[in-house]
Design a protein around this ligand. Sequence first.
Ligand SMILES: [Zn+2]
Length: 175
Amino acid sequence: MSIRSKYNIAFKGLSIGKHVFDYEIDRKFFAEFDGGVVEDGNVNVCVTLEKQSSLMVFWFDLKGTVYVQCDRCLEMYDQPVESRERIFVRLGEKEFTDGDDLIWVSANDYQLNVSQLIYEFICLAIPIKKVHPDDENGNSTCDPEMIEKLNNYIVRDDNESNPVWNDLMKFLDNE
Ligand SMILES: [Zn+2]
């Protein structure tokens, strides 16, 4: 049985009102998804279902860390993630489309699997620019050795690939 079945929320038998489901997301969860955006992490996800007669509201409160690669020094680090997302679930035939936050499920369905939603919300919570956070003194916590290696590479590469720029600098100096 796939671990995804842990994320089935059987809404049919639930009473009208609020129901809370807690999940601890770890490496095993991320292994279920292709794409490689995140392969490891620890995220606490609290799903609150507000059940009404013909509509359900699912709130997703996420908090934790994901293990990702730093864009600056290329080392792995724990990126904090925290977010609150909401989706609406309606039962029955799709009558209208109301943005990305509405899901239609068949009137015969009795459960909703939230694993894909949780994965997408975690990915959305990761900042576009992923870098090691600064320490309490505001200094970068990137790997200094890697930064130096990368800088050397970039400088050397610039000199080799920009002879035109060097000639232009000489020209400007002579003026
Ligand atoms: Zn870094």
